[in-house]
Design a protein around this ligand. Structure first.
Ligand code: FES
Ligand code: FE
Length: 370
């Protein structure tokens, strides 16, 4: 039996500032990062700021309807352009320090006395652009000069899990509306949250409502364990709601065989997607400190469900409870990561062995850091 047990990462991986800084540099600032829901920035001038690795990134909708991402740093003397998390500007961003003004596409358009400084090139001294790509109705950004392939880094996670990329199309995630968003401030390292999401060994212990809806979770095998496998609703269960009662009609373009099934996908390094017949739950993690992670969770429904004000509370309540149960478990582990008892790490039981793959991936990323 002991031969089939493998070790986790050592405790220091969850507490060491140096390792966290390395992760920021070689993972969050190198890979594609799911930053904002595109529909949150509906009109020209709407913006949102997010922390990606060690940088603040400003994402805004321009006058042509496109989204752009920039480093949130004034090119004059480096002041933060926007300190608010979200908001809207009329025509341009103006730095609060000396009033350099940038168009919504980042170009420098005005600066007091700039006419007397002909050398300042307005494109060259525009806001520093960050790569941006939209997918699933979210803006994904990448801080690398040469971004990795979106196909290899992001789309591959879906193919690997669902067996094909088409399998996610039926949910039409980009067309869905946000029915509810809850932001969780979790006092735990981001890897504890990923590891927790990847396994279901804990489901029987801490998720009574979820195991009622998805009885196979009580056996501890995560839906993510087998390619293409969806966890089946229990016989008495009518919908993915807190009491197993009726949800909404299945999403219009979804194949019949996905009705009554739950699928989960981890898109490294910071996104979890949960697919059920009538809605999608998408988590984005923002690791802000070695022991603190902000998690934004969106519950996405068919547009008419949200537009007609249908009551989504019973379906929201199910995964909200799951989130609270999971994050409480992660917060329970975080302080113990610094204990001598965990200096050499812990143990992965057989149903958690795929977490070993995540650890190998992580160590590989840190080893290949510049
Ligand atoms: Fe922004 Fe001077 S630092 S205008
Ligand atoms: Fe869980």
């Amino acid at each position: 039996m002991t031969g089939s047990l493998i070790s986790t990462l050592e405790g220091r991986y969850y507490t060491d500032q140096g390792i966290f800084a390395q992760e920021q540099a070689s993972i969050f600032e190198k890979m594609w990062f799911c930053a904002v829901r595109s529909s949150d920035l509906a009109n020209p001038g709407d913006f949102r700021t997010v922390q990606v690795g060690r940088e603040s990134v400003l994402i805004a909708r321009d006058r042509n309807g496109g989204l752009n991402a920039f480093l949130n740093v004034c090119r004059h003397r480096g002041a933060r352009i926007c300190v608010d998390e979200a908001g809207s500007v009329k025509r341009a961003f103006q730095c609060p320090y000396h009033a350099w003004t940038y168009a919504l596409d980042g170009k420098l358009i005005a600066a007091p006395n700039l006419t007397s400084m002909p050398d300042v090139d307005r494109v060259e001294y525009g806001l520093t652009k960050v790569h941006l790509r939209e997918w699933l109705g979210y803006a994904w950004v990448c801080l690398a000069d040469e971004p990795p392939s979106f196909e290899d880094d992001v789309l591959h996670a879906v193919t690997e899990r669902l067996g094909s990329l088409d399998a996610i199309d039926g949910y039409e995630i980009d067309q869905l509306s946000v029915g509810k968003r809850i932001v969780y401030d979790v006092k735990a390292n981001w890897k504890l949250i990923i590891e927790n999401f990847m396994e279901c060994y804990h489901c029987a212990t801490i998720h009574p409502e979820l195991t009622e809806v998805l009885p196979e979770f009580a056996d501890g095998y995560a839906a993510q364990y087998y390619v293409g496998h969806g966890a089946e609703f229990g016989d008495e269960i009518k919908g993915f709601t807190v009491d197993g009662g009726e949800g909404f009609g299945k999403l219009a373009a979804l194949e019949e065989d996905r009705d009554r099934k739950y699928y989960a996908i981890t898109i490294k390094p910071q996104v979890f997607v949960n697919l059920v017949p009538d809605h999608v739950i998408l988590h984005r993690m923002y690791p802000v400190a070695v022991d603190r992670t902000i998690v934004e969770c969106d519950w996405l429904y068919a547009k008419e469900v949200v537009d007609t004000g249908r009551d989504v509370s019973r379906s929201v309540e199910l995964f909200h409870r799951v989130n609270e149960q999971d994050f409480e478990a992660c917060e329970r582990c975080q302080p113990a990561m610094a204990s001598r008892a965990y200096a050499r790490g812990g143990v992965l039981v057989p149903s958690e062995h795929h977490i070993g793959g995540f650890h190998e991936w992580l160590v590989g990323k840190l080893d290949s850091a510049d």
